[in-house]
Design a protein around this ligand. Structure first.
Ligand code: HEM
Length: 115
């Protein structure tokens, strides 16, 4: 379910006029390594498998054109894809986690009090 959700989500995100260029610039043509990393990430988040060992904050700090409003666009696609791919209970759990992580990422990236 994670693989189906994540593949479909990034298919959609790549076609978004605002998000698509950001991902294409960072990732280029070879999407499989990014997708595999994201399977691991969501496996860790949803199933506490510990498969993801990265650091999302510095990775997103390096993306110049990232703005807080874009996280709303990201979440809109995520909600829509989760509802299409997952049974309702699972969709709700994925969406809750995504919203929580998006909120904590935006707080860290854009609203740090200690500069
Ligand atoms: C990696 C963009 C929101 C989780 C990336 C990368 C891009 C990106 C371009 C690849 C960077 C690289 O490999 O150089 C964005 C944009 C977002 C967004 C434009 C919102 C507007 C999120 C959210 C989450 C997330 C909400 C979590 C729910 C991750 C993770 C990675 C990643 C785990 C892998 C980091 C690593 O390399 O370990 N993101 N992202 N992103 N993103 Fe996001």
């Amino acid at each position: 379910m994670i693989e189906r959700l994540i593949r479909r989500f990034y298919d959609t995100v790549r076609r978004d006029p605002e998000l698509g260029p950001i991902f294409d610039k960072a990732i280029g043509d070879d999407w499989e390594p990014h997708l595999r990393k994201m399977f691991d990430f969501w496996s860790s988040v949803m199933l506490t498998t510990g498969r993801y060992k990265g650091q999302p904050v510095p990775v997103h700090q390096r993306i110049d054109s990232l703005r807080p409003e874009l996280f709303e666009v990201w979440l809109m696609h995520f909600r829509q894809t989760a509802e299409e791919v997952c049974p309702p209970d699972a969709a709700r759990l994925f969406i809750e986690r995504a919203e929580r992580i998006a909120r904590s990422l935006t707080m860290t990236l854009f609203f740090r009090l200690d500069g």
